[in-house]
Each structure stands twice: as C-alpha cells, then as structure tokens.
Design a protein around this ligand. Structure first.
Ligand SMILES: Cc1cc2nc3c(=O)[nH]c(=O)nc-3n(C[C@H](O)[C@H](O)[C@H](O)COP(=O)(O)OP(=O)(O)OC[C@H]3O[C@@H](n4cnc5c(N)ncnc54)[C@H](O)[C@@H]3O)c2cc1C
Length: 398
C-alpha cells in the first residue's frame, strides 16, 4: 500500500508528490500521458514573488517583464512600466518536467500512460482504479491527492461539487515581427467579450497570443490573429490553437475522508486573469503540510484534512472574492464604458499613482481593485454611468 497516490503529474501534482516523497512517504503519481509535458496551454507568467518563494530556476525563465501596454476597445493606450521586473515568462512545459524530475529525485514513483478512472474510499484506505499502459489495475493508498487540472470528474463524483464558474482559454505560439517586444493586453467585446486578449513575447521573434472567453474562443482568436497580421505584428495568422478550461470560482469543498483536491481541479485561480500557478502552488504547500500531519498521526478523516481547506481559504479566500466581484463588474461594461474608464485613469494619473503604490502587487489584485474603484474621479464616473462598484461583506464569500 502506498501512503499517497497523486492523480495527475502536472505542475501542482508533482509539487505535492515531491514534498511528500521528500518527507519520507511512499508516493506514486499517475499521469495519463505517455510522456511528461511537451506542450501546456499556459502563458507561463509568474510574479517575482512566486519565483523567489518557490525557488524557480533561472534556466526556466524565458524573459523578465517590467512593462505592459494596455489597449482599450478603441485603441487608447495605457503603458504600465516599473524599473524593476515585476514578473517573468517561464517555459511552462519545462517547468512541469523539472517539477516532476524533482519529485522523482525525492523518491516519488511516476507511472506514465496511466489514466485513473475511478476511486473508492474505504475505512482502511483508498482504492484507485486505473489503466496503466493498457492494463487495468487497482492501487491502494492511505490518501489520494486529486491534481487532474480543470474539469476533474472525480470531485463532483465524490460529492465535493463543481467549480462554480469557468471560462475557456485559447492560445497560439506565433512568430512576431521585429520590434514587437512588450506585453500587450487588449480589452473589448469584439476582442474577448467580458475578458481580455494578450500578446506575450517569449523570445526576440516568438510570442504567445491568447485570450479568455466564455464561448467561441476559436472564433475570437482567429479574428485577433488576423488583426495582429494586419497591424504587422505577427508574421502569419495560420496557426493551430490549443484550448483549456479556466476555473473562475473554487470548488465548494476541496477535501473529504482520505482525499484532497489541489490546483486547477480545486479552482484556486485568480478570477481577474485566470492565472493559477502561484496561488495553486501556495495551496499545494498547505495541502502537503496538512497531509504530512494527518499521515503522521494517522488521522486522515475529513475533519483532520479540513486544515487544508481552512488554510488555503484563509490565505486566498478574500482575495479571490474581491477579484471575482471585479471580474463580474468588468463583464458588465460596454466598450464605450471601458474606453471612458481608460480616459479617466489617464487624465487623473491613476495609473501613475497605482504604479507608485508600494502595495501594488502582480499577484494580489484585491488592493489594486479597491484602490482603483475607491479613487474619487473613477467612483464618481461609475456612479454617473449607473454601474457603482460596491462590495458588501458577503461578496468576499465564494
Ligand atoms: C490559455 C491559458 C493561459 C494561462 N496562463 C497562465 C499564466 O500566464 N500564469 C499562470 O499563473 N497561470 C496561467 N494559466 C493557468 C495555469 O496554466 C493553471 O493554473 C495550471 O496549469 C494548473 O496546473 P495543474 O497542475 O493544477 O493542472 P494541469 O496543468 O492541467 O495538470 C493536470 C495533469 O493531470 C493529468 N490528468 C488529468 N486527469 C487524469 C487522470 N484521470 N489520470 C491521470 N492523469 C490525469 C493531466 O494529463 C495533466 O498532466 C493559464 C491557463 C490557460 C488556459
């Protein structure tokens, strides 16, 4: 019997597997693919805070970011710039492979081409049924970590519920023309209704272009590529996109007897941007420490594991609540209103003030959101537009 079976050898599953194996537990990771990550539908942007907290190796960094150009629906530009790099683009597939190698070096056993299909929680342990290299097997462990990414069927089947809201992300890797060197973010209903699109240079002539949408991401991505081609920013619009779901709200519950759900499967993602790497790793750290305590005391009941649920909600819950409210607010804005907000931000120097604010952080958007809507000129304009932004205490609950 293993101590822990981790279902899903993506970034977050490998992180927990490595931590637990390093503490001396017997860990097996089941990954459905025949090889560890070669391509991930992810832009790979992480903050400096994430880089230093999780000791992400420099060799995985494709480029550092200290500026971004934000475009309103009619093309008004706000350029955000800070002297020091605020974030990095990392090679996401290489990062996942490095995390898996680290876990293997700590002693975690990886079974590739192994699709977990079912799991049964008993008093004495958990049985995971899987097809490992074409063969049906049943593996037993004291606890299971579900790290299957977006759209896990296990969570709902085990009574933990579904992520309450989601979007779809689509992305392509493109060749860009000389001179395209800064991150660009595009807002507007014709571009990515209710969300935004991006162009993120990864090397001198390569970039990732993508967007989030509730529906038809392929259609909007095609339009965006044609527009970038017409603007002379990309070399060709003939590219094959990849798509993935993005949770905007977490699961109602992320643990039960002998079971924890982590990462995208748990929906620990910033609803403002869909960025998940940092918050999911922070939560995975809490999961690993909780599992360690529960394995050591042999108390793997839902009550024992609830420290994980409490821990990550305490750390991220308020932030995710404000961000989700801001997301829903933004989704109600027409293109004209987004343009007007750009004007107000520029003419009142709100962008400059935000950039100077010491507590403005790449990851923790809640403070920036509250500062932005708390600014007199902007809140007055929102009142006039009859779309006031008012957070009640209950809006923080997800
Ligand atoms: C277009 C796009 C851009 C993004 N850009 C960013 C960004 O710039 N920064 C950021 O922080 N976040 C970004 N994200 C979010 C980020 O990619 C996710 O938060 C992160 O990948 C989640 O990691 P994970 O390990 O939880 O899940 P995943 O990376 O999805 O890994 C899950 C693993 O589980 C395996 N698996 C699934 N089911 C089974 C099963 N039944 N049996 C065995 N194996 C199974 C899968 O094969 C996979 O390897 C982006 C997302 C999208 C869609």
């Amino acid at each position: 019997m293993y101590d822990v079976i981790v279902i899903g050898g993506g970034l977050v599953g490998s992180y927990v597997a490595g931590k637990l194996a390093g503490m001396g537990y017997g860990v097996v990771v089941l990954e459905q693919h025949k090889q560890l990550r070669e391509q991930v539908c992810c832009t790979g942007i992480v903050s400096q805070e994430c880089i230093s907290n999780f000791a992400i190796d420099n060799s995985l960094v494709l480029r550092q970011l200290n500026s971004a150009r934000l475009f309103s629906p009619s093309g008004k530009l706000i350029r955000l710039w800070r002297k020091e790099p605020q974030a990095c683009v990392i090679d996401r597939a290489a990062f996942d492979r490095a995390m898996a190698s680290r876990a293997q070096a700590q002693g975690a056993d990886y079974r590739l081409d192994s699709l977990a299909t079912d799991l049964e929680v008993r008093d004495s342990g958990v049985i995971v049924k899987a097809t490992c290299q074409g063969e049906r097997v049943g593996l037993e462990a004291r606890a299971v970590v579900i790290a299957t990414g977006f759209g896990s069927k296990f969570a709902d089947g085990l009574g933990l519920g579904k992520v309450g809201d989601f979007a779809v992300g689509g992305q392509v890797e493109v060749e860009v023309t000389a001179g395209v060197g800064e991150v660009e973010v595009y807002f507007g209903r014709e571009i990515a209704p209710g969300f935004f699109a991006w162009l993120v240079p990864t090397s001198p002539r390569k970039a990732l272009v993508g967007l989030l949408a509730r529906r038809n991401p392929g259609l909007y991505l095609k339009r965006l590529m044609l527009s970038l081609l017409n603007q002379g920013k990309v070399v060709s619009a003939e590219v094959e996109p990849i798509y993935r779901g993005v949770p905007l709200k977490p699961l109602p519950r992320t643990c039960s007897d002998r079971l924890v759900v982590i990462g995208n499967a748990a929906g620990q993602v910033k609803p403002t941007t869909g960025g998940g790497i940092y918050f999911e790793l922070l939560s995975a750290e809490i999961a690993a420490n909780t599992l360690h305590r529960c394995l050591a005391t042999d108390n793997l009941s839902a009550r024992g594991l609830a420290d994980y649920e409490r821990g990550w909600r305490q750390k991220l819950g308020r932030e995710l609540g404000i961000d989700y409210y801001a997301r829903k607010f933004y989704e109600r804005l027409s293109d004209q209103r987004i343009d007007r907000i750009f004007d107000i931000i520029k003419s009142n120097g709100i962008d400059e003030a935000l950039l100077k604010a010491k507590d403005l952080s790449f990851d923790w958007h809640g403070k920036a959101v509250l500062r932005l809507v708390g600014h007199r000129a902007l809140s007055k304009a929102l009142e006039v537009m009859k779309i006031p932004f008012r957070l009640g205490n209950r809006d923080f609950d997800l």
